[in-house]
Write a new protein. Structure first.
Length: 46
């Protein structure tokens, strides 16, 4: 169990930029409709 925790710490510390990028992409994909509606409302001055 301790080895697993150490491996996870190493994985996160070496690849945090990739993990962050993947999280942002997933967030944008799931929030696309809300983002689109916000941009369209701003564009149409609603």
């Amino acid at each position: 169990m301790q080895e697993l925790i150490e491996d996870l710490k190493t994985l996160i510390s070496k690849n945090w930029k990739v993990i962050l990028l993947i999280a942002i992409i997933v967030y944008l994909i799931f929030s696309y409709s809300d983002i689109k509606h916000g941009i369209m409302d701003g564009w149409m001055n609603k």
